[in-house]
Write a new protein. Sequence first.
Length: 196
Amino acid sequence: MRALPFAVIPAVLLLALLPQDPIEHAQMLQRAQQFARVHEPHQTLQALVGSWDIEVRTTAAGQKESNDRGTVVGKAILGGRYVVLNFQLSLQGGAIEGVQILGFDNLTQRYTSSWRDDLSTWAVECSGGAEEKDPRHLRLQGELADASSPTGRAFRLELDLPPKGATGAAEKVAMRLYDTVAGREVLTQEQAWKRR
């Protein structure tokens, strides 16, 4: 017996799980289509599309503060459902390439982030919401794993998007990373982005 191609397996599983009742099937497909739509939170993330220069200030525990530079290019993918950010950074004397995918999950009503870089082989995931008073200020939380704590520790990412309709010098992004150090939350990195 010939094995199914990997890409076909999810479709076959989906068909097997679909209800046999045509009315229920149609309702489920309609709900799935509603959850797949692009909404205002997805459009909010489109402010990150384009090319940016970044200044990075890192304050690692027990080390001298470092100030570094880099670039990021943001692209909308999958019909505007996500923004993929390609980072080229020079941090503490070494070059780092990273990829971050930001989106909004219509099922959970949360913003999501997934980070990968060429200094590791694992992903760093976090999710959260926007502040009620300022929907362009995102606050995401997750677990940060690395060689010093492979099981992970709490971290927080805050992202300030440019004001709606901002152009030129007003198009700035601020990102802050908070890590857990000796059981306390500590600001370990700040990024200032300027549109190129």
